[in-house]
Design a protein around this ligand. Sequence first.
Ligand code: PEP
Ligand code: MG
Length: 911
Amino acid sequence: MAAQETVDHKYVYDFSEGNKDLKELLGGKGANLAEMSNLGLPVPPGFTITTEACQAYLATGREPDGLAGQIESHLEALERAMGKRLGDPQDPLLVSVRSGAKFSMPGMMETVLNVGLNDQSVEGLARQAGGLAGQAASGGADRFAWDSYRRLIQMFGKTVCEVPGEEFEHALDEAKHAKGTHNDLDLDADDLRGLVDAYKKIFLEHTGREFPQQPREQLDLAIRAVFESWNAERAVLYRRQERIPADLGTAVNVVTMVFGNLGPDSGTGVAFTRDPGSGAQGIYGDYLANAQGEDVVAGIRNTVPLQELEQLDKSSYDELLGIMARLEEHYKDLCDIEFTIERGKLWMLQTRVGKRTAAAAFVIAGQLVDEGLIDLDEALHRVNGAQLAQLMFPRFQLDHEFQPVAKGIGASPGAASGTVVFTSARAVELAAEGKSVILVRRETNPDDLNGMIAAQGILTSRGGKTSHAAVVARGMGKTCVSGADEIEVNVPAKRFTVAGQTVNEGDVVSIDGTTGKVYLGEVPVMPSEVVQYFEGSLDPEHIDNALVRAVHRIMTHADGKRRLAVRTNADTGADAARARRFGAEGIGLCRTEHMFLGDRRELVERLILARAPGEREAALAALLPLQRADFEEIFREMDGLPVTVRLIDPPLHEFLPPLEQLAVNVAVAQERGEDVAKEEALLAAVRRMHEENPMLGLRGVRLGLVIPGLFAMQVRAIAEAAVSCARNGGVAKPEIMVPLVGAVQELETVRAEAEKIIAEVVGDSGVEVLIGTMIEVPRAALTAGQIAEAAEFFSFGTNDLTQMGWGFSRDDVEGAFFWRYLELGIFGISPFESIDRDGVGRLVRIAAEEGRAARPGLKLGICGEHGGDPDSVHFFHEVGLDYVSCSPFRVPVARLEAGRAVVESGGSDSR
Ligand code: PEP
Ligand code: MG
């Protein structure tokens, strides 16, 4: 079509001028229509107005200079090519005006069909439709033309002029009622003429003007409405949800209308080149004879499987199959397609690389490699960690009608059903009887650990994605819904209420940790085959399971590619063993404070509150063998691999009895005249240690420097366990990590004491113990050059680094105001979930660079929650860390993403 003659900025592209790589400028739909057109496929002629034109319109509130002229000349060219004029009373060219952004936003923006119809051209259309069919101007053709006209007024009114859609629906219902029918198709040409009059009145009432009769005015207003629909409320919400940037704008496609509603030899359909649900090869789609696309969407009549088109119109069917094969070959991927058949002639209205489920993504990537269409690097690029994570959780079979009663935050994915319990003790009891239980709490604390281990899932009414419940549950790979605030939990009464119903201990609930939904009763759950594969119980070489085979193949390739090592955060032998099966190459964080709960809690309390030296030493002596056994177990499981053990880092309040409770107990006992001298002393001690901000208080290295002998006991236990492991023929590689360091002097002090103990214990056993630090206080990141002098490794604690970098309390802010920050776009995702590259990430980068400058060969890792977040893994790859460490269940995700990071940065980095 006509080349642009003006010197203006180019805002309009004919289909022959575009291609599939111009999505940013032409939107997905426009770019792909151009691509198909250039492949010689039957695409109705048309042109695309660019996203730049939309951006300019949205910025200034008017069409940019030159746009109107360019539309004019493209329209003229289109008219010449079709041999018709837009809205010609004798033989009108009609066009559709369709949105199409860079990223697909299904149904979020506007479309206007049949532009060009008016009181005259509707008659011309009827004549043409009748004539084309080789019939006299039949009632059928009249009906078609008037139906098209009423559709235009309805869509135009609603979309362009904001006339409430129900008004038109209502008038349509009345027309059907008057005719005594429920079916649109029973309305004849006269009925539809009457309906057009009714629609025009509605239009006039709501807009104060007549329905525009000028075709070009219709076109311009429709284009403007599509531009504006970029900022429609639902589109804004969808973009936020999908993290699509707000400033891209939409392109507008002006396409010659073709009609699927011209009789039984016409129709419309959608098709996929493979099953987007499972990835299985074949032809999947639906067809609806004598209908337009919007009828399919509206579900007015039932579609038939695409295969039935073979009987109805073999030649179109064969042509369609040929085109689908061609598109797959060309796009080298699953394509989805919209098509229309107008009186036996096939037209392609859209194609794009189709959306698919997580399982289909892996299966299709594997198949395309087999077919030689893509290589393994490309297959790795086509899948992602979020999809893999989805495949690793059990799922609900929601084929029955289950209605959620509440919705919280999907804090740890998966699906779990079980008996409701409100205390850790009860959870343990019922689990021991073989029951599946759901632990329900307002929020959890470290004392709930046993209950959390015993439970199938955890449900809390408070807290966000980094609440205690969420972090611990994710670590265990256990389903958790947090912050379900419609639930009113009453622990003493052993019940909760929700949506006017009461759920008592012993009742059954089901929770979905992916969607955050809570159901009453039992929803059936299916285990994950992918986990069974990672666990070693499904052998990919010997089973007929396309998904498992594809996962195996792609994971193997990712492992071959990646530069980052992947370790795990694990505090128990069982977690370590599981993580190892999942591919962990060591432990990046063993949180020792978790080893001081349960029975040992009392010893820790004595240690912290001790006033006399003897008391403290007795507590330490009792703890030493217990700790040594803990480490022996972990070293055994991680035989030959590095294990980073972090010295104790408890927020103190978690280890002391709650102040208020203690004060009440003492007061009540005093009232009764009981002897409370011991309790009073404890109360005084707890008051003395009480902190307003425990997260910023006596934690980590500070505690180690204040309580004599505590770190020393742990260092000794680690060294002794390593030596004992070596004596038993194993290889232990301990790395002692000091938490919460902000100044090199803190580390030097701990180091001096630790080195003495290590030298004494290790002797000539050959065991080597490294000493390093966490970098989790901003000051540590900023003085990394100094700190590296005293550290053999750094591990970034990005949870605290985020907390202290932003000044956000980890425990409170997500529930308190993050929703508003997300709504305002201040962040696209919680910085506790995905690393804030610009701020916290910059601290990581500075520390990595300055640390390595001071000590070449300094080992660098990350052990905050971000270590298992796909996007963050790419960042840590870019920064050049040696490893990421994450909870066992995220190890495969991190392996996959570390491989993808290499492929996507264009490297052929192989280890
Ligand atoms: C961190 O702060 O990122 C970290 C790993 O330590 P914790 O979560 O135990 O504070
Ligand atoms: Mg920390």
